[in-house]
Design a protein around this ligand. Sequence first.
Ligand code: ZN
Length: 156
Amino acid sequence: MNNRTAFVRLQGNFKGRGIIAIMSDKTIPCPCGRQHHKQIVSFEKCCARYLDHYDLTPAPDAQSLMRSRYAAFVLEREAYLKATWAAEHRPPVIDFDHKVKWLGLEVKRHREIDAEHAEVEFVARSRLNGRATRLHEVSQFIKRDGRWFYVDGAFA
Ligand SMILES: [Zn+2]
């Protein structure tokens, strides 16, 4: 994928969100907020590879999957969210609320329960109609055929 394509795609995704997409994938900070040396990693170097190529490049662990799914919510990537949702829990349609402005993600804790089960605790902050909301959830993940899937979550 060249940068021109990436630019157009991100512009489409950010439309109406008050973000002027004059940056390429190389400079857009990843919505998941992952840091390296106290700098937010670019979308390209972070979650883009999973969102764009989930058939070939699945997220390698539950925390990466959780982060990439948050990025997919921000960017309204329904196909990715469905592809990474355990089939028995996957909703037929994902309703994005365009009025929700996602403000950030904080992964509090993550642990592998065993080789096929993992848990990630996170806080996702958003704003709706001027009101700040804090979603504090413990999410369950399962590994099937070498890929991690989101199962479900409970409020912490
Ligand atoms: Zn990311």
